[in-house]
Ligand binder design. Structure first.
Ligand SMILES: CC(C)(COP(=O)(O)OP(=O)(O)OC[C@H]1O[C@@H](n2cnc3c(N)ncnc32)[C@H](O)[C@@H]1OP(=O)(O)O)[C@@H](O)C(=O)NCCC(=O)NCCS
Length: 187
C-alpha cells in the first residue's frame, strides 16, 4: 500500500484524476508542458530526486499512466529578514523558520485551462499542511518562473517576498484558514 492515500480531483474535465507519488508506471516521457525546464525536470531529474530523498514528486493522472501534471515538495528554510515585517512578527523571533518548498508545479499542455492547476495547487497545500503537523513547517514557498506564474499564486493568497524576485510565500496559518473555510477549488 502506498504511503500516501490517493487523492482524487476532478477539475472541469468530467474525468476523475488522482494525485499519487511518482512511480515507474507513469509515462513521464510523454509529458509536455511546452517549457524545456519543466519537461526536462520530469523526464530526467525527478526520479533521481525521489531516490536521493531530495524532493517528493506527485503526479496528476487519470489512469495511473498518463501524466496530466505534477508538483514537487521538499524541505526549505526562509530567512525572516526577507519576509515582510508584519508577517515575520506573526511567525517567530528566529532568524529563519522551516518551510516547505513547492519547487515545481505544472499542468500538461492538453489539460490546461480546465481548473486542474488550481486543484493541483490545493492538493499540494493540503498535503503540506498535513505533513507540517509532523515535520513542522511555517509556510509554503514557491519560486514562480515569471510574472504570469507569480500572478497565478497571488490568486491563492501567496505573498511576494520583497527582496527576492518571484519568490512567494504562504504562511501555514493562512493555509490552515483556507482549508478550514472549505477547499478553495470547491468554491
Ligand atoms: C500555471 C499553471 C499550473 C496553471 O494551470 P491550469 O490548469 O491551466 O490553471 P487553472 O485552469 O486551474 O486556472 C486556475 C486559475 O488560475 C488562473 N491562471 C492560470 N494560469 C495563470 C497564469 N499564468 N497567470 C495568472 N493566472 C493564471 C486561471 O485564469 C484561473 O483563474 P479563474 O478561475 O479566475 O479563471 C499552468 O499554466 C502551467 O503548468 N504553467 C507552467 C508552469 C508554471 O508556470 N507553474 C507555476 C509556477 S513555476
Amino acid at each position: 500500500m502506498s504511503a500516501y492515500p490517493f487523492r482524487v480531483i476532478a477539475g472541469q474535465t468530467g474525468i476523475r484524476f488522482r494525485v499519487e507519488p511518482l512511480s515507474s508506471k507513469h509515462d513521464r516521457a510523454a509529458f509536455s508542458r511546452g517549457e524545456a525546464a519543466l519537461d526536462n525536470y520530469l523526464h530526467k531529474q525527478a526520479g533521481q530526486d525521489v531516490r536521493k530523498h531530495v524532493a517528493a514528486v506527485f503526479m496528476l493522472t487519470p489512469d495511473g499512466k498518463i501524466v496530466a501534471g505534477y508538483y514537487t515538495l521538499s524541505q526549505f528554510s526562509v530567512e525572516l529578514g526577507a519576509v515582510p515585517e508584519e508577517v515575520a512578527q506573526e511567525l517567530a523571533k528566529y532568524r529563519a523558520v522551516p518551510a516547505t518548498l513547492l519547487g515545481r508545479l505544472a499542468v500538461a499542455k492538453q489539460f490546461r485551462g480546465k481548473g486542474l492547476g488550481e486543484r493541483l495547487l490545493v492538493d499540494a497545500l493540503r498535503l503540506s499542511l498535513g505533513a507540517g503537523k509532523l515535520i513542522v513547517s511555517a509556510a509554503v514557498v514557491v519560486d514562480a518562473k515569471d510574472e504570469g506564474a507569480a500572478n497565478f499564486y497571488k490568486k491563492y493568497r501567496f505573498i511576494q517576498l520583497p527582496k527576492i524576485p518571484n519568490r512567494l510565500f504562504l504562511p501555514m496559518r493562512t493555509i490552515e484558514e483556507m482549508m478550514a473555510a472549505g477547499d478553495p477549488a470547491e468554491a
